[in-house]
Design a protein around this ligand. Structure first.
Ligand code: MGD
Ligand code: MGD
Ligand code: SF4
Ligand code: MO
Length: 757
């Protein structure tokens, strides 16, 4: 690469999936600290040719390269016990140790003693190799990912209502809709570039209505024509209440219901019970606001709904997703321009992970482990014995923790996630991780909170240092190209996992010498499926730029690798056709082509507030920070933007417990405790308090959101209710000068791994 060349890639943060162009830049910190960096530095700008983002980026994408050279894990490190110090090891030593441990666990406990916990931040190729090793070669479905905490209710909702996973809409719909419902999503901060497109359309077209459903008045809600600040956990009441009114006013699409759906009468029976007075009372909103929302839905030609964690991180997450889809089905608002149920995916490759089968109940190509013929297709393709893939779900993220508690998990391999911050009920999680007989953490950075619990650290190449693909929320697949070498001895995730596969005796299953070859094999397993991308290859994506699936092989004329057995034709469902939107012919993915209404009553929160724990704690994100701060905490501009954790509390509640702005509040649930400076604001409803999720123990003293949360989850998706738990609040008598929270925040000493370990 010459000095002026730029490389096209994708932003590695959120599921908007913005295209980036990266160029070499002078060796100085772009954040303006004037600090000289230890390695090469890079200038990042939006890729104008990327169809999803059209050249736009937010602060995270713009600054991402600044974290490339900070606190990287450079070499494999091992230790015998968690009380020991790490010592540097060669790759050969580390991988031999891992291979031997896997063999021991298999012979003493069976393959189900081995677990891998991955992440929506892996590339599709990494995901695919991990599925092949765990589910195919070892014969255990114990691969789960942090998408369990993120997207699994949405997956279950789409599958149950529409017959398959797969968001049916595209970003163009944001600019073509007449009415948008944003439910449990703070898109202005969490999906800023998608929100930007929507906001421009909304501002330009006065007839366009924007409704935001969120217990907080977020940045997103500030732009809304109607903000429904419902009590946490009352979404189903609200959605069924809107359905009730649509039916009462006869604003339903009877032909669509008759020709393309099942289950309307059961649904009708349920929504009878959601009259406006009952719903307004339960949700804590006015009847007239409820009616306005329903009227806008009824009167708009094109209605789009967008949702994310306020919907899915719930003990009734799947039912919430389905309640949204019900509204689209009863009004025929699906499979057409500017309309449809559109989940905003969280992580950059949460979509690719689902496509590659990266949850413990899935297999590549949107297949499910419970179906014999789907398992057989994958077994045959992989050339493993019939019956090798189990029909049972493997361990979910939380089941891994309980498996450590009961000694059923003998080896845990954590890849690209930081569970010592992000899982619920952290005290219990940390105790379980502490007793793990053998934990591997494969990560790009050191230290992380999880490293404390690892016996082996494997240095991973990250964004910019490896080439692979990711799929964004609108089903666009982008080739994320490497533009620099990994630091130290770091290696791409797929390569590390494949090498362990070879050492375990499965060398014939991992013949790949590049991620392009991995992708070429993987896409064959998507052929004929809803997520058909058999027409894609790294070369085509490099030449033509990002492409949306479905993208079947016939359309492209690209030849895929021929050394693998083709999937027998009779097992193929109706072939997917290239399309911007799914279901435009109203033929859904179920066996009879019909979508299904759900008929769920609201069940409310798993842990409602009571006399002892009278407040609902909800948790979420801030614009600049990314999750557990492994990158953004190391970027000066972002640290300045969000200097410290805080707790949002309504003035009425603040007065009740006797705190003022900036006073310190102790927050206690039945499981744990943390403390935060108060931010007294009417942006939060009385009775509810909010804390950000970004401060693990490395970045602040006792400000972990998940110290308080619980693990109870949706029965269908097993997604935990990270958005609500019951807490008590107590003022603590420490007076801090305004904005001086050094008591809370910690500054990491930026240092190379060799000196920190
Ligand atoms: N800046 C930034 N952007 C990100 C991320 C990040 O870390 N930082 N992470 C990415 C990832 S992985 C994800 S999953 C997405 C998450 O994106 P979002 O889901 O938009 O983000 P959250 O802040 O977790 O939660 C959204 C909202 O849910 C609301 N909420 C809480 N309880 C309820 C309820 O019962 N009903 C309703 N209707 N709403 C409720 C909260 O008040 C909050 O405003 O963001 C992605 N983008
Ligand atoms: N209370 C509460 N808890 C939550 C949530 C919430 O809203 N509320 N949200 C949940 C959700 S939706 C999510 S997605 C999770 C996110 O939680 P985590 O996945 O734990 O958070 P991250 O900080 O994104 O961790 C990603 C890790 O991967 C590493 N990494 C980055 N790139 C690579 C790579 O290419 N290879 C490897 N091997 N490592 C890499 C990073 O250094 C980092 O350590 O948190 C969940 N937890
Ligand atoms: S919106 Fe998301 S994908 Fe786009 S630049 Fe920001 S963080 Fe990256
Ligand atoms: Mo997420």
């Amino acid at each position: 690469m010459t000095a002026v060349d730029s490389t096209k890639t994708l932003c590695p943060y959120c599921g908007v999936g913005c295209g980036l162009e990266v160029l070499p830049s002078p060796q100085f910190d772009q954040a303006g600290s004037g600090q000289e960096l230890s390695g090469q530095s890079w200038k990042v700008r939006g890729d104008r040719a990327h169809p999803s983002s059209q050249g736009m980026v937010c602060v995270k994408g713009a600054t991402v390269a600044e974290a490339l050279n900070r606190d990287r894990l450079l070499y494999p490190m091992i230790r015998d016990s968690l009380n020991d110090k790490f010592r540097r090891a060669s790759w050969d030593q580390a991988l031999e140790l891992i291979t031997a441990r896997i063999q021991t666990v298999r012979s003493t406990q069976g393959s189900d003693g081995v677990c891998m916990y991955g992440s929506g931040q892996l590339q599709t190729e990494d995901y695919y190799i991990a599925q092949k090793l765990l589910k195919g070669c070892l014969g255990t479905n114990n691969f789960d990912s942090n998408s369990r905490l993120c997207m699994s209710s949405t997956v279950a909702g789409y599958v149950q209502s529409l017959g398959s996973d797969g968001p049916p809409c595209c970003y163009e719909d944001l600019e073509l809709t007449d009415c948008v419902f944003l439910i449990g999503t703070n898109a202005a901060e969490c999906h800023p570039i998608s929100f930007n497109r929507l906001q421009k359309h909304h501002k330009k077209n006065p007839h366009v209505k924007m409704v935001v459903v969120d217990p907080r008045r977020t940045k997103t809600a500030e732009d809304a024509d109607l903000h429904l600040a419902i009590h946490p956990g009352t979404d189903i009441d609200l959605l069924n209440g809107i359905a009730h009114l649509l039916l009462r006013w006869d604003c339903v699409d009877a032909d669509f219901i008759a020709n393309h759906t099942e289950g309307f009468s059961e649904f009708q029976e349920v929504i009878q019970h959601y009259s406006p007075d009952v719903v307004a009372e339960r949700c804590g909103i006015s009847m007239s606001d409820l009616e306005t929302a329903a009227r806008w839905w009824a009167e708009s030609n094109r209605v789009l709904s967008l949702w994310s964690m306020g919907v899915s991180q719930s003990s009734e997450g799947t039912a919430k997703v389905r309640a949204i889809i019900n509204l689209h089905l009863m009004t025929g608002q699906i499979g057409k321009v500017g309309a449809g149920p559109f989940s905003l995916t969280g992580q950059p490759n949460a979509m690719g992970g689902r496509e590659a089968g990266g949850l413990c109940n899935l297999l590549p190509g949107y297949r499910h482990v419970k179906f014999l013929e789907q398992r057989a297709e994958v077994e045959q393709f992989w050339g493993v014995p019939a019956g090798q893939i189990s029909s049972n779900w493997g361990r979910t993220a939380w089941d891994i923790i309980t498996g450590l508690e009961t000694d059923e998990v003998g080896l845990l391999w954590i890849v690209a996630t930081n569970p010592a911050v992000s899982l619920p009920d952290l005290e219990r999680v940390k105790a379980a991780l502490w007793r793990s007989p053998f934990t591997i953490q494969q990560d790009a950075y050191y230290p992380t909170e999880t490293a404390k619990f690892a016996h082996v650290l494997l240095p991973a190449a990250q964004w910019g240092e490896k080439t692979g693909t990711m799929t964004n929320s609108e089903r666009t697949v982008t080739l994320c190209q490497a533009f620099c070498l990994p630091p130290g001895e770091a290696r791409p995730d797929w390569e590390i996992i494949a090498e362990v596969g070879c050492r375990l005796g499965f060398a014939d299953k991992f013949p790949f010498i590049s991620s392009a070859e991995v992708f070429a094999e993987y896409v064959q397993l998507t052929q004929g499926r809803v997520c058909d991308m058999s027409g894609l290859s790294h070369d085509r994506l490099r030449q033509e730029g990002p492409l949306q699936w479905p993208c079947p092989k016939e359309e492209s004329g690209i030849k895929v690798a021929e050394n693998l057995a083709p999937i027998p034709d009779q097992s193929l469902p109706k072939a997917a056709k290239p399309a911007k939107r799914l279901y435009t012919d109203h033929q859904f993915s179920s066996a009879d082509g019909r979508a299904r209404f759900s008929a769920d009553h609201s069940r409310g929160l798993a842990e409602p507030p009571d006399a002892a724990y009278p407040f609902v704690l909800t948790t979420g994100r801030l614009y600049g920070h990314w999750h557990t701060q492994t990158r953004t905490g190391r970027i000066e501009k972002i640290r300045r933007m969000h200097p410290n954790p805080f707790l949002e509390i309504h003035p009425r509640d603040a007065a009740k417990i006797g705190v003022e702005d900036h006073s310190i509040i102790e927050v206690r649930s039945r499981r744990g405790v943390a403390r935060f400076p108060a931010k007294v604001t009417t942006a939060i409803a009385p009775g509810t308090v909010f804390v950000p999720i970004h401060w693990g123990e490395l970045w602040a003293d006792q400000a972990e959101a998940n110290a308080m949360t619980h693990e109870r989850s949706c029965p269908d998706s097993k997604q935990p209710e990270l958005k609500a738990c019951a807490v008590q609040l107590t003022p603590i008598a420490i007076e801090l000068p305004q904005a001086d929270y050094t008591l809370f925040t910690k500054t990491l000493e930026t240092s190379s791994v060799s000196s920190t370990l």
